[in-house]
Ligand binder design. Structure first.
Ligand code: ADP
Length: 786
């Protein structure tokens, strides 16, 4: 403490003493008057009590302010009066004389008193040095030590880490740390930490705060720690946060709120004197001289401790303590009684009423200070524990609520998705079901115990083995659990459930629990069944249609061939030649009949393809043969429309493909005839071959014709769809391309196209070749027709 502070406290004390001594004559006068009333014989028991209170108070305060004689005189009176009050009688003559003598001495002494210097050594109340920042961490687990060191450095401590006890001891000789954090167990000994501290602590008085860390939680280790001077004992794994708080408290790195002490004494000077002393030790004080004001002040000022006189007018300290203890808010505020009461029984009674300690007047200041500090420390520690507990309860409550909310959300989502979940303990076969499982299995929710047997019992008998197998497979291997099965509800209805789940295993891979999710798939199953039936119908209807088309085509062909045959006979009859107008009609008949035949042939082809009845004669054959044959077939068509033909098939020479010769020719002819059909006269058609990839050839037919509208291109390969050509003069059936595409695909090739309306189109067939395509083929095959 600074000298000036000490000076000012001493000045305050001197002033208080002065004021006290000057009040002594009036105090003794008051005692003398009360005594007079008693001797006059008209004193009731209340007067005796008031007199005892006054003498009792004077005994205490006199000693406190160094008025020792006054204190002795008052104590003698107090004791005698105590006897009278206990026996509830008036004093006898001898007692009266003694008391008269005491009162008179008291009056004299109060006037003559010369203050004796109480000689309070304020130095002893000097506050502790709170700036200890050096921490020694002693641990052979270097990883832990480094982690702690980093944490404490962040808190602005100066940290030294030791993994060897000798180095630590040496450091202790050099510098005293603010606190020591030490392991209990070291390689050399399971209590080596405690042993070295026994040695180190001899060096310091007082020893720095000591905290043990240990994986041992037995009483022997804890006792060894206490003997070594431990303030705290932490078991591993450590809570770093708690450790930081503790060290903060021990080294006062954590801001220390001054202790708040309420002093309740009807003797103001005395109370002020205590206040000054406590203030000098860094505490805040509030003096209350009227005990009836205590409750209001408790509520407004929140003291850490109440220092309370026992004997006071209006209400005794003991009564006040009882009143305080009736209120839950103040049950934990420590109460320290101050009284000149020396009777042990009375002191114990006072403690029984809710006091925490009893200090006898005249109070030894050091004793008072230690008592106050010890009680406040403990009550603050308890308060902190209480707050921690409340906080963790609050946290638990929040977590509980959060879990409840999550469960509620899960419950709702399971409810709306018609999903349930279960959890099976593999060993005990105890099962937990979520709310939805029972109704999914067909049970009334609270009408069944959630067991594995009840679960299996609901499964359709024909599917039970499948479910058992799926569970066992999942338990015995790492295959996820998935099974779809039927359940029979009590009303006999059958429902489908899809179960998915997995197994939770322990560290050794043994199955511990199995979790599953169950979903009602009855509706989906029904849809699947409906779809399968419809597909079946569609397939049947399609094959019936194909069958019908194929039959009808046959039936139509025979009479049509007869019509064409007889018409040709008539047309070529030289004996009876047809007249000019009859010849025209015959030509129309022949034209229409051959169109009809073409249609019938194509429909027949289509029907065969759709019915899967088309037979391909696949063979390795030179692609150039097909190209030349189809080309020669289209020359007359091209000539009739005056179309220029470019034929460049040099890349095809010697190229062998694996295909049906006739069908490939049919396809190429279809593409070439379309190119001519859908070109204006004097247009251009090019036929060419290209290697598009190693062993892959593209047979291309390009025209400069009408092209195909972008938006109609998607309908190109649909049967009987002529993309609007049916409104023009070009004859056709609208199924040629579709048949061509299917044939090419059956031969393992692809048919593609590119077209721009008004610009022309390119159609191609792409096929794998049996042999390599050579790049320098002869040019003999390049032909141009016009
Ligand atoms: P169609 O017997 O009508 O020619 P296709 O199946 O061969 O039947 O062709 C279907 C439709 O595709 C044709 O009606 C025509 O509208 C169109 N088309 C086919 N090839 C060409 C082409 N080279 N240029 C323009 N349009 C074409």
């Amino acid at each position: 403490m600074e000298n000036t502070d000490k000076q000012s406290i001493e000045n305050k004390l001197a002033a208080l003493r002065k004021s006290y001594y000057s009040s002594l004559p009036s105090k003794t006068r008051h005692i003398s008057e009360l005594w007079k009333n008693v001797t006059l014989g008209d004193a009731d028991i209340e007067t005796l009590k008031a007199l005892q209170l006054a003498t009792h108070t004077l005994a205490g305060s006199g000693a406190t302010f160094g008025a020792i004689t006054i204190s002795h005189l008052a104590r003698s009176m107090d004791e005698s009066l105590g006897v009278l009050l206990e026996l509830e009688r008036q004093p006898d003559e001898i007692e009266k004389n003694d008391m008269d003598e005491l009162v008179s001495q008291l009056e004299q002494e109060s006037v003559a008193v010369i203050a004796e210097d109480a000689g309070v050594d304020l130095q002893q109340y000097k506050g502790r040095d709170i700036q200890q920042k050096i921490i020694y961490i002693v641990a052979d687990d270097t990883h832990l030590a480094e982690e702690l060191s980093a944490e404490f450095k962040r808190e602005k401590y100066i940290v030294r880490v030791f993994d060897k006890l000798d180095a630590f001891k040496q450091a202790c000789y050099e510098q005293k740390p603010g606190a020591i954090l030490i392991d209990m167990v070291f390689l050399e000994n399971t209590e080596a930490g405690a042993e070295v501290m026994q040695e180190v602590k001899q060096r310091y008085k007082p020893a720095p705060p000591l905290v043990f860390m240990s994986s041992r939680d037995d009483i022997k280790a804890r006792l060894a720690a206490v003997k070594a001077g431990a303030c705290r004992y932490f078991t591993k794994p450590l809570s770093i946060e708690k450790l930081k708080q503790t060290l903060g408290g021990l080294t006062r790195q954590v801001a220390h709120t001054p202790y708040r002490i309420m002093i309740v004494d009807d003797d103001r000077e005395l109370a002020e004197c205590y206040a000054v002393l406590l203030n000098s030790a860094g505490m805040l004080t509030r003096v209350i001289t009227n005990p009836l004001d205590v409750l209001d002040n408790l509520a407004g000022w929140h003291p850490d401790l109440v220092l309370m006189d026992v004997y006071m007018p209006e209400c005794s300290g003991l009564e006040l303590a009882s009143v305080m203890r009736q209120d839950d808010k103040y049950t934990t505020v420590p109460i320290v009684f101050l009284s000149s009461e020396t009777d042990m029984d009375k002191q114990l009674y006072a403690l029984d009423l809710g006091g925490d300690a009893f200090l006898t007047k005249p109070v030894d200041y050091q004793h008072m200070l230690s008592t106050v500090i010890a009680r406040v420390k403990r009550s603050r520690w308890l308060a902190r524990l209480k707050t921690d507990l409340e906080n963790s309860l609050h946290k638990n409550e929040l977590q509980r609520k959060e879990i409840e909310e999550k469960e509620e959300r899960l419950r709702f989502s399971q409810y709306f998705a018609n999903i349930g979940s279960w959890d099976l303990d593999v060993q005990s076969k105890v099962m937990h079901w979520s709310e939805k499982i029972a109704p999914l299995l067909g049970y009334v929710s609270d009408g069944v115990d959630p067991t594995y047997d009840a679960f299996l019992a609901a499964v359709h008998p024909e599917d039970q083995q499948q479910v058992i197998n799926a569970i066992e497979t999942s338990l015995n291997s790492n295959i996820a659990y998935e099974v779809e099965h039927r359940v029979i509800w009590p009303d006999g209805s059958i429902h489908w459930l899809l179960q998915k789940g997995d197994v939770i295993r322990d560290a050794s891979g043994e199955p511990v629990r199995m979790l599953g999710v169950v979903q009602d798939t009855t509706q989906r199953k029904q849809l699947e069944r409906d779809l399968a039936t419809q597909k079946e119908y569609a397939v049947q209807a399609n094959s019936a249609k194909s069958e019908f088309l194929s039959r009808m085509s046959h039936e139509l062909r025979t009479p049509l061939n007869a019509i064409i045959g007889f018409a040709q006979l008539l047309e070529s009859d030289e004996q009876q030649p047809l007249q000019e107008h009859q010849l025209d009609s015959m030509n129309e008949i022949l034209k229409a009949s051959s169109h009809l035949l073409e249609l019938i042939d194509e429909v027949l082809d289509l029907a065969k393809i759709e019915a899967g009845k088309i037979q391909l004669h696949i063979e390795d054959m030179p692609v150039i043969d097909v190209m030349l044959e189809s080309y020669s077939m289209m020359i007359p068509m091209a000539e009739s429309k005056n179309i220029q033909l470019d034929f460049n098939i040099k890349q095809c020479e010697n190229v062998i493909v694996n295909a049906d010769r006739t069908k490939l020719k049919q396809v190429m002819f279809n593409l070439m005839s379309n190119a001519i059909k859908y070109s204006q006269s004097e247009g251009e058609v090019s036929v060419l071959c290209e290697a598009c990839a190693p062993r892959r050839i593209r047979l291309k037919v390009a025209d400069t014709g009408i092209g195909i509208l972008k938006e109609r291109q998607a309908d190109l390969f649909k049967a009987f769809n002529r993309l609007g050509a049916e409104e023009g003069d070009v004859e056709g059936t609208g199924i040629g391309l579709m048949i061509s595409k299917k044939i090419v695909e059956m031969m393992g090739g692809e048919l593609g196209f590119q077209s721009e309306e008004g610009e022309g189109s390119v159609f191609w067939v792409e096929m794998s070749t049996v042999n390599d395509i050579s790049s320098d083929q002869s040019l003999d095959t390049e032909v141009t027709h016009s």
